[in-house]
Design a protein around this ligand. Structure first.
Ligand code: B12
Length: 307
């Protein structure tokens, strides 16, 4: 009979994860996160500044945690980012169904497979909102490395992957951390429209177009709004220029294929009502920005295009 690690690996692939790896749950070094917060790179994402010690130590999220099981799920679909100039650009991750729902469902299946094999095991499913540094764990578990744009890059699928984890008190043999393959390449740093990558491996979140178009509740600074081009939800520039994304392949996950509703002229984002927005985008990542923010983003994009 296969050991627990092999059983989990097999179950993960059956459930449809693209990658799985294991890391010992020793706390991460605190300097990069603390420095990032001290620099104010979290902007008004107050949740990032809450309890940084917890974010670094999975044992504070799941008492007795021994192993972080890291997964990646490919979301690449074979379409260009936009089909014409009068459509605002929406980042690739948001074209289909909300990834939180898709990944959580898969992680719960995987957690069930684990407890079936080890009924007394503690398991905690994490995707995005749990206070852990998902990219750092994925790197430690050998799925890929954090590129200079800080996204996790895999050698065979590029960076178009979502991350999700299971914390457990089971002791499982760890995988080797992944090596860094960015080399001398600085394309992402040079291409970022708002100069948000302040140094290799450091992103000032408060300048990132994803923050400006989705997260912040504050009015957008004029200097930055002029640089957001026609991006109206997130931004893919740092990933589009990355040579490793030549290796992307189409996801088998139908949920991530684009919904026709995301393809619409900029004006229609300004005219859409709350009811229509809810009807067309419930269950998609766009709900995070809310209708009002989308309308403002579209107005900025239109202004930028007409300049
Ligand atoms: C907050 C957040 C954001 C913020 C801040 C981004 C950021 N880089 O931190 C904003 C809103 C801007 C954002 C944007 C995006 N996000 Co986001 N985001 C998160 C979240 C919730 C936390 C990230 C975090 O902890 N940041 C804190 C800092 C300290 O961490 P860091 O970026 O990893 O940076 C440190 C390391 O790189 C470290 N470091 C490592 N090696 C080295 C080496 C050296 C030499 C040095 C100096 C430092 C260093 O030091 C850095 C500190 O400066 C995670 C989910 C999670 N719970 O982890 C998703 C997550 C990171 N986001 C994700 C995605 C998809 C995106 C976008 C691509 C969406 C889009 N298309 O618009 C962009 C990418 C922008 C970018 N280049 O980072 C995915 C990434 C998947 C992947 N393949 O990596 C995640 C993991 C969600 C998920 N579950 O899949 N995001």
């Amino acid at each position: 009979m296969a050991n627990i690690k092999e059983q989990i690996q097999e179950a993960a692939l059956e459930i449809g994860f693209s990658k799985i790896g294991f890391a010992r749950a020793e706390p991460l070094p605190n300097a990069p996160l603390l420095e990032w917060l001290q620099n104010g790179y979290h902007g008004d994402m107050a949740y990032m500044a809450r309890d940084p010690e917890k974010r670094l130590d999975p044992g504070k999220v799941l008492p007795g945690c021994q192993t972080v099981i890291a997964t990646a799920l490919n979301y690449y679909t074979p379409y260009p980012t936009k089909s014409n100039d009068n459509q605002g650009q929406i980042s690739r991750y948001a074209w289909g169904k909300d990834y939180h729902k898709v990944i959580q469902k898969k992680l719960k299946k995987l957690a069930a497979a684990i407890t079936l094999a080890e009924p007394l095991a503690k398991v905690k499913v994490c995707v995005d909102t749990t206070p852990i540094l998902e990219k750092a764990w994925a790197e430690r578990a050998g799925l890929g490395w954090q590129g200079k744009h800080t996204n996790l890059i895999t050698r065979d699928l590029g960076s178009w992957v979502f991350l999700g984890e299971i914390l457990t008190d089971l002791v499982i043999e760890p995988d080797a951390p992944h090596l860094d393959f960015c080399g001398n390449c600085n394309r992402c740093i040079e291409a970022c429209p708002t100069q948000a990558i302040t140094a290799p491996y450091v992103v000032d979140g408060s300048r990132c177009i994803a923050y400006l178009t989705i997260e912040t509740k504050e009015p957008i600074d004029k200097e930055l709004s002029e640089k957001t081009g026609n991006w109206i939800f997130g931004c893919d520039v740092c990933q589009e220029v990355c040579p490793w994304n030549r290796f992307s392949s189409t996801t088998p996950e139908e949920a991530f294929f684009p919904r026709p509703q995301v393809e619409r002229p900029l004006e229609s984002w300004m005219e859409i009502t709350d009811e229509e927005f809810l009807e067309e985008f419930a269950g998609t990542p766009l709900m995070r920005a809310k209708r009002k923010h989308m309308a403002q983003n579209a107005a900025i994009a239109k202004h930028n295009l007409e300049k």
